[in-house]
Design a protein around this ligand. Sequence first.
Ligand code: AMP
Ligand code: MG
Length: 343
Amino acid sequence: MKTEVLPVTRDSLERAGVLIRAGELVGMPTETVYGLGANALDAQAVLKIFEAKGRPADNPLIVHVASAEEIAPLVREIPDAARRLMDAFWPGPMTLILPKADCIPDTVSAGLDTVGIRLPQSEAARALIRAAGRPIAAPSANRSGKPSPTTARHVLEDMDGRIPLILDDGPCAVGVESSVIDATGESPVILRPGGVTPEMVENVLGHVRVDEHVMSPLREGDVARSPGMKYKHYAPKAKTIIFEGEAPRVIAAICARYDAALAAGERPAILGFDEHDFGARTRISLGSERRPEDAAARLFAALRELDERGETLALCEAVDMAGIGLAVMNRMGRAAGFDIENV
Ligand code: AMP
Ligand code: MG
């Protein structure tokens, strides 16, 4: 199959809509990361997503809609707290887990009785959903285990020859996947941090719980409330270590580790902030230390760049965990197998 990459225009949206209705897959821009979209109500089309990604069948997909009214037939119930979160943060980078209606195929929900639903902010994403005239099930458009794609080129790297069309809407504004919030009860729980932060949820509901596995790996026997947490994720080929502490100590520790690795014949690289001086050592920028949203927008591209350059060791500066920093540290932590050194 030949994979076309087209800018978002009336024509390309219409082509994409026809493909979705015909049960095909389309690479789909959103404000979080690029998605791999299929008609959410077509079980056969949804199976193709799992095949193209190499995704385990027990990892559920998020269903995307173009307006909040469209969710009524997809769910059995919308608890009051869920309604308040929708009013506050949709359209936007927030997925709500709700009790699923029968029209959602089991392949989408991976056999669960619930479904994740999101109304994206991206105009291109909503235009595609309207063009298709169907809700669109879309996980991130990477091959399973690779970092999520934040540009159309990343999608092409992973999906070339596997899907007919990728819509290119430029780099994703947020850069990490949506916040996943279990909203089946009246006390919602953040299962995966993202662009809608715990602080933002707390402002609306007066309270928030963040699942304990956001910053720690699952252990033998733990039950994953969010199945995606089980899987090795985002991992570059390079061994990845995070350094946490006061900036001068972190910089010194990273430089020392870098020099030792270089002397031992490795290919080290630093993921660090622009304000920090690492001398002539190889550095991939996480943007400004003062703007955690820079690190969010750049992290996945940086992890891919490590592999492209053949680096064998990645030394990362930790990000402050306030706001979207929690989402960045969750993804960086998983890329590093939660190998975090306090210095
Ligand atoms: P992705 O779209 O690749 O970011 O993956 C979607 C993630 O959302 C999954 O890996 C799950 O962790 C989470 N998710 C989706 N649907 C559900 C659900 N019904 N219950 C809990 N978590 C879900
Ligand atoms: Mg994913």
